[in-house]
Design a protein around this ligand. Structure first.
Ligand SMILES: [Zn+2]
Ligand SMILES: [Zn+2]
Length: 829
């Protein structure tokens, strides 16, 4: 009976199903996955890595699908399978697809960003000879063919040697090939172009499975039997080492293997296997007892309730500076751990200092994995594996920690959710806060967004009841918020007859603090000595060679530097345009402010915190603890000082040139100014003595300045929201910035014209298209830049149009890497 046969056939097929093809996401700037054939019974897993040929290389990719649908073009074969189980589970795969769709980012590049495992591969470059190469070698001789390019006799000789060398073997690695033949990289590249040889990138596996065996002393299990001398020595050694030690290390102490074995048999010592690089830590978690005020207690309860529902829930924790938000996060994470589940805490780039790490270790012991920007690739991979194995269920880290492979996710906390470092400014241009919300939704977990100055988007969502809004309106221990005094610098100019950096009022307040042995912080959000060099004869400024940006004078380092691309030039004695010697150094940066303060207060100990004095988080921490220990009287700095910890001795915050951002052609300028002013003001008066803030400005009537001075977030929010509504900006519209860039001006101009015409001719109802226009910074890092801004109340419509635009750009041969699509762009510069 045919029916019987069918059902039999079906079950047979499903039991022995071997797919013929797999789709692979490769980390290349192309909006597609690629289909490969599976030969020889290869059976990869979805979410696992495979090695595949791609163009002239071999690359690792993530398997996204297994199927039998033959592609239209002939599919190449998968070379090998890298993982027997997925490295990205179904949830993270789905999250990756969402990011790719939402941000219009190539899916292979998204998955690469999600997986910090580059350390496991070393790239090896191989060369092989082609049939064409063999023809050239045997028939014509390397010198005789392809007459178009003029090559020197030495180059021709090198080419011949390369062909000869490769003809004798299957393949050769690059360094060996070059030393044997004397061929330069250029010669090799030329031969690859002529198709005489092929170049292959082979990813070689590093030993990622190396295991360290550790002996751990099990306390309180004495079986009453006596220990012999060797055994006792071993136990004592282990005890002094804090209870555990690598076995290789024990062996170096000449402890006999038999003694260890017998201790293990008797249950006095346990052998654990840990991955290589695992750091033994004797720190056991010491759970903190929190002393909460009523508002904090209610916040914690609300978060715990949300987690208990087992469905998604979002909470905005809006707490003024110094209201004890961090303690609430820690307590919530402790309850996650007690429920045997996992939590992720995201912190801004600069927020993860060694002191914070030490706190976390103290609280969570080895249950915490800390991911920060100064980890090496290998360390990052090691932490990733620890999290994956479930050894660390509390993950704390910057932006990319949102992809941590935890299971049983219960909670994601985004601290300082308004911070710009959560947005990645390269492909994929995701915002970690928004990805956190989506991941929590997929996992039916809770998400907590915390800030003293929430972003307009987040607060809007809370007001619209998308998130529960919890307010912490008071500082801990009922400390008052600092009093803010606004100094009008226009008036200061009129009264003193000169442009002042530090007003008389601020100078007086600093003097008072010095007399009383208290501390002050002065914010000037611009580093270097002078931001502009101007010629008084021809009126031109000294600009960067690569960017349309003025070079900043750094006096101590004795150089001119571009703060966008890092370009360095000598300090000019003459104008480079007209040769005049009347070059003026204009304006004040943090370096000059420090010098000025030294002049005004010679007895004061002055420190500076900016990217010139701080290289890594250790430097940052060192300066802050010097302040905390009272070794610094006045700390000068850029916005870095707004993100410090509680320094109890700081009773004065001075703000110098706080309103520079207000002049920028960017719709977020007011919001950024309000946030910076509020955050830096929040550093004052965190100890027993109330704080004071002196806010110098040329725009004393601007609402961002006014509301910051009154600690009135809600007032600022309402006013700013009206402006956003009129101008159709977020949160009322979804926004995307499209940037066309090229190192050739005419090319950038032509491409933007091509897309401009296409937008005109294409139906885009409900979407505003502005542009093409030159970007506010026309030239950056050698690229000329033109842009479009797209706004729409419908994100679906916006993304559909962007997708069509990308397809059209590809059809017009505009390289994908030169069309930057930035969805929810933070910067329009
Ligand atoms: Zn000049
Ligand atoms: Zn530059």
């Amino acid at each position: 009976m045919p029916g019987c046969y069918d059902s039999y056939g079906l079950s047979w097929r499903s039991r022995f199903y071997m797919p013929e093809y797999c789709d692979v996401a490769v980390a290349v700037p192309l909006d597609a996955t690629f289909t490969y054939r599976l030969s020889d019974g290869l059976l990869p897993v979805v979410g696992g890595r495979v090695l595949v040929p791609f163009r002239q290389q071999r690359m690792l990719g993530i398997v996204t699908d297994l199927h039998d649908r033959a592609p239209t073009a002939k599919a190449k074969d998968v070379i090998s399978i890298f993982d027997s189980s997925p490295v990205l589970d179904a949830e993270l795969m789905r999250l990756g697809r969402w990011i790719s769709d939402y941000y219009l980012a190539p899916v292979g590049e998204v998955y690469r960003t999600m997986l910090p495992l580059t350390a496991e591969f070393k790239r090896v470059v191989f060369y092989r000879i082609t049939q064409e190469g063999q023809m050239v070698l045997h028939v014509a001789g390397a010198s005789g063919s392809s007459g178009r390019s003029r090559r020197s006799p030495q180059e021709q000789l090198a080419e011949f040697r390369v062909l000869d060398y490769l003809n004798a073997r299957q393949e050769a690695r690059e360094p060996g090939l070059r030393t044997r033949t004397g061929a330069s990289k250029r010669v090799l590249a030329g031969m690859v172009r002529k198709k005489w040889i092929v170049r292959e990138d082979q990813s070689a596996t590093r030993d990622s499975s190396r295991i360290v065996r550790i002996a751990v002393l099990r306390a309180g299990l004495d079986d009453g039997r006596k220990l012999n001398e060797n055994q006792r020595a071993l136990v004592e050694t282990l005890a002094t080492a804090g209870g555990q030690m690598a076995i290789d290390f024990l062996r170096q102490l000449e402890a006999p293997a038999r003694s260890l074995d017998s201790l293990v048999r008797r249950g006095l010592v346990e052998i654990l296997e840990k991955p290589a690089g695992f750091r033994m830590s004797a720190v056991r978690p010491r759970r903190q007892e929190f002393q909460f005020n009523l508002a904090q207690q209610r916040a914690l309860e609300k978060i715990q309730e949300t987690m208990k529902t087992g469905t998604f829930g979002g909470v905005l924790l809006h707490g003024v500076t110094g209201s004890g938000k961090t303690a609430v996060y820690l307590a919530a994470m402790q309850s996650v751990l007690e429920a045997d589940r996992s939590a992720i805490l995201l912190v801004p780039e600069i927020g993860l200092t060694p002191a914070v790490a030490a706190d976390l270790h103290q609280n969570f012991g080895s249950e915490v994995a800390i991911l920060h920007s100064s980890l090496s690739d290998a360390e990052r991979a090691e932490q990733w594996h620890r999290i994956r194995r479930g050894e660390a269920r509390i993950v704390v880290g910057t932006r990319s920690a949102v992809f941590a492979p935890v299971s049983q996710l219960a909670l994601i906390v985004v601290d300082e959710e308004h911070d710009a470092s959560y947005k990645q400014e390269e492909t994929p241009r995701y915002h970690a806060r928004d990805v956190a919300v989506l991941r929590a939704k997929m996992a039916n977990a809770a998400v907590v967004l915390g800030s003293a100055t929430p972003s307009l988007e987040t607060y809007f969502n809370a007001v619209k009841n998308k998130y529960a809004l919890i307010e912490l309106p008071d500082r801990v221990e009922r400390r008052p918020l600092p009093e803010v005094e606004v100094v009008d610098m226009r008036q200061e100019f009129q009264e003193t007859g000169r442009e002042q950096v530090i007003s008389r009022r601020l100078a007086g307040e600093i003097r008072e603090r010095l007399d009383r042995g208290e501390q002050a912080m002065i914010l000037l959000n611009r580093r270097g000595y002078s931001p502009v060099v101007l010629c008084r004869t021809c009126g031109k400024r000294l600009e960067c060679k690569n960017c349309a940006i003025a070079l900043t004078h750094h006096k101590q380092a004795h150089k001119m530097q571009c703060h966008y691309c890092g370009f360095v030039a000598p300090v000019p004695r003459h104008c480079i345009h007209c040769g005049s010697e009347y070059v003026n150094f204009i304006g004040t940066g943090s370096e000059k402010l420090e010098e000025l303060l030294h002049g005004m207060f010679p007895q004061a100990r002055i420190g500076r915190l900016d990217r010139d004095t701080v290289r890594g988080r250790e430097d940052f921490e060192r300066v802050l603890s010097a302040l905390d220990d009272g070794q610094i009287d006045v700390l000068v700095g850029t916005q870095m000082i707004a993100k410090g910890h509680d320094i109890h001795g700081v009773t004065l915050v001075g703000v110098v040139g706080a309103d520079m951002a207000l002049g920028m052609p960017d719709f977020r300028a007011s919001e950024r100014t309000f946030q910076l002013l509020t955050q830096v003001a929040g550093r004052a008066g965190r100890g027993d003595t109330p704080g004071k803030v002196i806010l110098q400005t040329y725009f004393p009537d601007h609402y961002a300045v006014q509301y910051a001075a009154q600690h009135d977030f809600r007032g600022f929010y309402d006013k700013e929201l009206r402006f956003r509504s009129w101008m159709h900006y977020p949160p009322y519209s979804a926004l995307a910035n499209i940037l066309l860039r090229s190192d050739k001006l005419d090319e950038a101009l032509r491409w933007s014209g091509v897309l401009g015409k296409w937008f005109e001719a294409t139906e885009h109802e409900g979407i505003r298209v502005l542009g093409p226009a030159p970007a506010p910074i026309l030239r950056l890092k050698r690229d000329y830049r033109y842009h479009f801004i797209l706004k729409s109340p419908s994100r679906g419509k916006l993304n559909a149009l962007l997708r069509k635009m990308l397809a059209y750009a590809a059809s017009q041969k505009i390289p994908r890497t030169q069309v930057v699509v930035d969805v929810d762009a933070l910067w329009l510069m």
